[in-house]
Design a binder for this molecule. Structure first.
Ligand code: NAD
Length: 344
């Protein structure tokens, strides 16, 4: 056995009620004059975080949006120039965190995160940005959050459909990390523990929103998934989700959720060991079918229900074939069409 991997330095604080430790954690990490980044929704939570940040707060920008549009980055850049912060604090899911990474890249400022969805973005040095025509992804260890706080009590307000979709997004990281070219025993361990936790706890999160154990288990799964994603390159599933989000305007997490069982099924002949490990983590005989069943149980919407018209499939196929990325099975037009048709 021979392998190598790199992880970036990050302090992770996990557990119910840990958000109240924000003041000491900011101090400990040297996060001064923080610029708070969030989406426009949930002003109460923003106010709570601002209060906890106390006199370390330089100000806030609450215009983060899905897919990190370039115009949002430009707008936030102006606020940053006005506030002149010494550090960044993103609160929320991948949208707020992605904006934090884009600003961290431009400014060189350190980024702290309070993570409130299951997308796993808080553990990676990867971010995307969209210009309305396409979404591009970047990777740079300098932008990786240096402090991550996970408090399951902050996720109670996350609507069940958002929880389910962002959890399936994390499951997509687990699947694609396990068959990535950089995969190794550590990646596989993280990916399959992530999958096991998410598959076990997401149904509870959706059915019993106030169950703190379910929330903790799913967040832990998302943490493992994010770590696995950070150590690997993603394949066809992630590229298709980015195409559907960046070029056709679909919600990122919901696109992943609709796609992941079908990409797994299509890749299965070329990734039998991964599909067997998925089956083991899910406790079923067939890993790909297990993901189909899980997504039905979670009420995941199909691409058709998300508003993706079948007439657009040829254009999506063309965009996918124009990209280069690692994937266990060589990608062809017929395969991409099959996946999109199944996911409809
Ligand atoms: P999101 O950040 O867009 O959040 C979804 C919605 O839920 C938003 O309206 C948000 O305001 C709201 N919300 C967030 N937390 C909440 C809470 N606790 N209670 C109530 N409402 C809450 O969703 P997401 O799926 O986490 O992020 C999607 C974005 O993240 C995409 O742009 C995607 O590309 C990116 N992403 C990046 C990575 C990475 O490693 N770079 C990984 C996964 C996703």
């Amino acid at each position: 056995m021979m392998f190598s991997y790199v992880t970036h330095e990050v302090r992770v604080v996990f557990g119910a009620g840990t958000v109240t430790r924000l003041p000491e954690e900011l101090e400990r990490g040297g996060f001064d004059r923080v610029m708070l980044l969030a989406t426009a929704s949930r002003p109460d939570e923003r106010a709570m975080i601002a209060r906890l940040s106390g006199d370390r707060l330089a100000g806030e920008y609450a215009g983060a949006r899905l897919h990190v549009p370039v115009e949002v980055v430009a707008d936030a850049r102006e606020t940053l120039a006005r506030l002149r912060p010494a550090s960044l604090l993103a609160v929320g899911g991948g949208s707020a965190i992605g904006l934090g990474k884009a600003l961290a890249f431009e400014s060189g400022l350190p980024l702290a995160v309070v993570a409130t969805t299951y997308s796993g973005s808080e553990m990676t040095a990867i971010w995307g940005s969209s210009d309305g025509k396409a979404k591009r992804t970047f990777r740079n260890t300098e932008v990786a959050p240096r402090l991550v706080i996970y408090d399951p009590e902050l996720t109670y307000g996350l609507p069940p459909a958002v929880s389910a979709a962002s959890g399936m997004n994390a499951i997509a990281h687990c699947v694609e990390a396990d068959y990535a070219p950089e995969a190794n025993p550590v990646v596989s361990f993280l990916a399959m523990e992530g999958l096991r936790h998410l598959a076990r706890h997401l149904p509870t999160v959706v059915a019993s929103p106030g169950d703190v154990d379910g929330r903790s288990g799913a967040l832990l799964g998302a943490h493992f998934a994010g770590r696995a994603l950070d150590m690997t390159s993603m394949g066809l599933e992630h590229k298709l989700a980015h195409i559907l989000g960046g070029s056709f305007g679909l919600n990122h997490a919901e696109a992943h959720a609709a796609l992941v069982p079908w990409v797994t099924a299509w890749n299965a002949p070329a990734a039998p060991a991964t599909v067997a490990r998925i089956a083991g983590a899910l406790g079923v005989a067939d890993g790909a079918q297990g993901l189909v069943d899980l997504s039905r149980r979670l009420g995941i919407r199909t691409l058709g229900e998300l508003g993706f018209a079948p007439e657009r499939i040829p254009h999506a196929v063309e965009l996918a074939l124009g990209l280069s990325f690692p994937n266990p099975r060589p990608v062809d037009a017929e395969g991409v069409r099959w996946i999109l048709e199944q996911a409809m």
